[in-house]
Ligand binder design. Structure first.
Ligand code: SAM
Length: 279
């Protein structure tokens, strides 16, 4: 949502304090995202679009709809409020670390499990996969799997498709583009598709980090970057406890540039810039 959009529709619907509190409570319950009072205008703009799409003329009717059990609107309600900004090789030092670390791990064992938790539109897990292939070109000889999950079904569908506008690659070195993507032609002109050898390393699944997790694997590396920044401390504490229960001592956890584990988890020690190791 941009400023112009907010201003132009500011008076279209009335969002009372009571209605905003109901939105906040539902967002927190469903996603763990803590909407501060400052986010009121943002929430207004995002949900006003849903009112228009559904031909509703007030927030009460919209809230009655989403508050129903198993409401078909819930996926849209969640999708509207999540922040999905991401990019290939975002925070590149994490992938320098991963490249080195994977070589060391696979020199000692033949199985590797990596989790991209909160993968958005897929740039993060594809970057992980491209890094693995660069580090260990014969990776097919090992049992390597990347699990990529997100709560938001809409972004996950984009992720699983692995098709991106060319502009998304504009800051990548030519060599990385060549190794990771196939350029589209005809109806796909202006787009790239992730190469199958990269995509084949990844399993995409919808998963709410606040719910129970079906996976039993112990993860060598967990990427959970720029996800918990929107959660309150109590939710963060529970989440990092669950991450640590899915890792053995010595395994790694990578978080976003503006996040840290101080007062959140004692289970990890810091070993690099926003890179942690399970104690
Ligand atoms: C800003 S994106 C981060 C993408 C990527 N990790 C990165 O750093 O580039 C945050 C993602 O977290 C997801 N998310 C938010 N709350 C979640 C939850 N409770 N469970 C799972 N994913 C969640 C959002 O849908 C969104 O796609």
């Amino acid at each position: 949502m941009n400023a112009v959009e907010t201003a132009s529709h500011a008076s279209e619907f009335n969002l009372t304090s009571g209605q905003f509190q109901r939105i906040r409570a539902l967002v927190l319950k469903l996603t763990g995202i803590h909407l501060t009072e400052e986010k009121r205008q943002l929430a207004y703009g995002r949900y006003a679009k849903r009112l228009r799409a559904l031909n509703l003329n007030n927030f009460d009717d919209y809230l009655c709809l989403v508050e129903q059990e198993d409401s078909a609107e819930l996926d849209h309600f969640i999708s509207a409020i999540t922040t999905n900004f991401t990019g290939f090789f975002r925070e590149p030092h994490h992938f320098e670390f991963l490249k080195q670390h994977v070589k060391e791990l696979l020199a000692k064992k033949s199985q590797l499990r990596i989790w991209s938790a909160g993968c958005s539109t897929g740039e993060e897990p594809y970057t992980i996969a491209m890094t693995l292939l660069e580090a260990v070109p014969n990776i097919g000889r090992y049992d390597c799997k990347i699990l990529a999950t997100d709560l938001d079904k809409k972004v996950l569908a984009t992720a699983a498709e692995g098709r991106y506008p060319l502009e998304k690659l504009q800051n990548l070195p030519l060599e990385v583009k060549r190794r990771g993507f196939v350029k589209g032609s005809g109806a796909n002109a202006g787009f790239v598709k992730v190469r199958s050898e990269v995509a084949n390393l990844i399993h995409f699944r919808q998963l709410n980090l606040l719910h129970d997790w079906p996976m039993k694997a112990a993860f060598d590396v967990i990427f959970c970057r720029n996800v918990v920044i929107y959660f309150d401390k109590e939710v963060q504490k529970k989440l990092f406890k669950k991450f640590s229960q899915r890792q053995v001592s010595g395994a790694h956890l990578v978080i976003g540039h503006s996040e840290n584990l101080a007062n959140v988890s004692d289970d990890y020690r810091i070993v690099g810039r926003t890179i942690y190791q399970k104690k």
